[in-house]
Ligand binder design. Structure first.
Ligand SMILES: [Zn+2]
Length: 153
């Protein structure tokens, strides 16, 4: 039996191959692709949350208020775009913003949209009271991992 993770990786490879075969070379097409990769609120939130400091999935769940499965899908898309990388620290996987030029792009877009700087900063504020992650609540870090978070903080 093929483990489900293997199927997921093969599906990603097929998707990437398909994408590579369809890459359009015109600058406007490539820019449209970049903006489409950014075009979901959750992805913009994730990029802002990890802009200065990496975060584990638990933190992203607390910060965005979405289910872990939804966060994982967005993280996969951001990794495929080459914007996010991971490191492992004991039982935790941390997501880093590897394409730092995205942040000024988002700030400029926010100015065009009439959004205050403070409102952008609020998205990335830490620590979060309702977050059980080792960065927000180091005292809980020895008791769990993102796969088995405590039910109450
Ligand atoms: Zn946290």
């Amino acid at each position: 039996m093929i483990p489900s993770r293997g199927i997921e990786i093969n599906a990603n490879r097929l998707y990437n191959t398909f994408k590579i075969m369809n890459i359009k070379s015109q600058p406007e097409d490539r820019l449209a692709l970049l903006f489409s990769q950014l075009s979901q609120p959750a992805r913009i939130q994730i990029l802002l949350v990890i802009r200065e400091q990496p975060a584990c999935v638990c933190h992203l769940v607390a910060a965005l208020g979405l289910r872990q499965a939804a966060i994982s899908q967005h993280l996969m898309a951001l990794r495929e775009a080459g914007w996010v990388t991971t490191t492992r620290e004991s039982r935790f996987i941390f997501y880093h913003l590897s394409e730092k030029r995205l942040f000024p792009l988002i700030v400029n877009a926010a100015e065009i949209a009439g959004i205050q700087h403070g409102d952008i900063d609020k998205i990335s504020r830490r620590p979060l009271e309702n977050c059980p992650c080792p960065q927000c609540h180091p005292e809980l870090a020895s008791e769990f991992s993102c796969k088995s978070p405590p039910s109450q903080v």
